[in-house]
Ligand binder design. Sequence first.
Ligand SMILES: Nc1nc2c(ncn2[C@@H]2O[C@H](COP(=O)(O)OP(=O)(O)OP(=O)(O)O)[C@@H](O)[C@H]2O)c(=O)[nH]1
Length: 340
Amino acid sequence: MKIPVMILSGFLGSGKTTLLLRLLQETKRLGMQPGVLINELGRQDVDGHILEGFHPGSIQKLLDGCVCCSKKNELAGSLQTLLQQKPSIVFIELTGVANPEEITDALTEPGLVRSFELQQIITVIDAEHALDYNSIFATDRQLVYTLRRQMEVADLIVLNKTDLAPQHQILKVENMIRKHNEKARILPTAHSRMDVNPFLQEIYEQRKSSNTMATPGIRTIHIGKQAVMERSEAKRVPSTAQPSHTRLSTLCLACPPHPSLTKEAVERFLGQWNKSLLRAKGYITIPSHQQTYLMQLAGKRVYWEPSSSVKDPYLVFIGIDLPTEDIQQAWNKLYPSSLV
Ligand SMILES: Nc1nc2c(ncn2[C@@H]2O[C@H](COP(=O)(O)OP(=O)(O)OP(=O)(O)O)[C@@H](O)[C@H]2O)c(=O)[nH]1
């Protein structure tokens, strides 16, 4: 029986990892064995740390590039490694700038098609910021194209961060999504909180009975109480896909503890680069609190979450035309590591 694959797509910071955690909690509850493939643009792995404790050994990481372009050749190897763990389901969390159809294409290649079967593409949309992206990225047509494809090829759209957007804005985002995808169910959520059991229960039952019910080209998707039959090939567009991004770059800053490192100072530093900075995340130890935090800049918001300490704290920046050298120099000036 082929291993079902669930792809999680959606722009940077929309809530993919938050949803992945929910899916993993439910797979654990059902006693299923998940395999996870995480792809991150930065060299340092932030999401992998967040998932620590979940099924160690069954997480593969592809760092420092996007699996739909520069890391594409490594996708098959990572999936083959996961295969050795005999997972009952595989989740692939894409980078925020990945075009999911590139991965669906890769899954149909000879080395993988016999082992894996695409079950579902879930795209997570940030209700607070989605409407701004078209104007923010007006000059980067490839990125606008990618964001559109993320919506168009989705089977389910999780409209997340509804706690941060007024109702009239949520309706506008729904209309925008509908223009790009007439069929997919749109599920408004906060903190990617949704009932993931129906997705997994069906797979669990299928694998228990090893009963291949699927008619070729048709799959049954259960969302909540609704079951939708649809022809999968209708949405699978063969590779006219383009690489998903052009001007994106990443930077990793080392953050050894420094006496003047405070949350406020870090937020001021992030604000300095807000023209080009799209996302930042990483681990920082604040000496005055004697505490390490997972810091996340997503959209215009900064989140601080207490975390267990990490060996070498770091921050990953992701942005368009990011002035990486200027940022590095400014950081070194503020926090020379020799002062540690
Ligand atoms: N207020 C609010 N915060 C959220 C919600 N969902 C996620 N967050 C926070 O937003 C930040 C980014 O969430 P992630 O789940 O890491 O987003 P992501 O899509 O995986 O991000 P990338 O992997 O960088 O693309 C985290 O600090 C989350 O706690 C939500 O619905 N409401």
